[in-house]
Ligand binder design. Structure first.
Ligand code: OAD
Length: 232
């Protein structure tokens, strides 16, 4: 551990599960109630914008009633206390890392609490519904959509992520199934450059065999224990 200076942490829906936010692929998860192609693609939005906006309005409202858990708080502590480089790359579109106190957070799949104006490209903070086509606060056009990366769209800030991965001594993946690329491939980028790799997940992910070590269990137990270990 003494040689570790630069850390990249990838988080997924599993880190927010114990805060009461459904994962995508678990029992009772998002895609069982709504087929992914009905809500999370640009084509679906063109075909049935009301369905898509209603769906994201519901999720946006729900996350605001949830609280960060011990895993978010532990990563926030690591962010505060770690003197080397650290980047928390999250696939999650909730704001629980930030509300837990973490600052070095990058939302590669967008954020529920932003809207994106397709007329003027503004990304205003947005906590209410979009279904009634409110005007963009910047240009006035009724052209706001969720600022969420849909299937077929490019995740955000990939160059920054790959730069951090190139410099990483340690890559840690927390609460993600390893089903969705490019995030699922980060472990291999890190490994190829000789970073140590660790997975913290309830069960083995699809890319589990790529990791040097997998610790299995709930994030609220595994993450605080790992952070204690790293900081001690
Ligand atoms: P998934 O739902 O695919 O996977 C969640 C993972 O978390 C699974 O491997 C679970 O075993 C694990 N898990 C569940 N509860 C846990 C707990 N309490 N502690 C630790 N792990 C737990 O979610 P993601 O991998 O985040 O993309 O999904 C990736 C992307 O797929 C999402 O960002 C989303 C979706 O399509 C977009 O919206 C663009």
């Amino acid at each position: 551990m003494a040689a570790i200076r630069n850390i990249v942490i990838l988080t997924g829906a599993g880190i927010s599960a114990e805060s009461g936010i459904d994962t995508f692929r678990g029992a009772g998860g998002l895609w069982e109630n709504h087929r992914v192609e009905d809500v999370a693609t640009p084509e679906a939005f063109k075909r049935d914008p009301d369905l898509v906006l209603r769906f994201y309005d519901m999720r946006r409202a729900a996350i605001q009633t949830r609280e960060p858990n011990a895993a978010h708080h532990a990563l926030a502590r690591l962010d505060r206390e770690w003197r080397g480089n650290l980047l928390i790359v999250t696939q999650n579109v909730d704001d629980l890392h930030e509300r837990g106190g973490a600052e070095r957070v990058l939302h590669m799949h967008g954020e529920h609490l932003n809207a994106w104006c397709t007329a003027c490209d503004a990304r205003p903070r947005w906590t209410g519904p979009l279904i009634d086509r409110p005007p963009c606060p910047v240009c006035g056009a009724p052209a706001l959509r969720p600022d969420i990366v849909w299937f077929g769209e490019m995740p955000y800030r990939m160059e920054e992520i790959y730069d951090a991965l190139r410099a990483a001594d340690l890559f840690v993946s927390i609460g993600t199934s390893g089903a969705v690329y490019p995030a699922a491939g980060f472990v291999r980028n890190a490994r190829d450059l000789d970073a140590a790799t660790l997975e913290l997940n309830l069960e083995r992910s699809q890319g589990s065999s790529w990791f040097d070590e997998s610790r299995l269990g709930p994030a609220t137990e595994l993450v605080p224990a790992w952070v204690d270990e790293l900081l001690s």
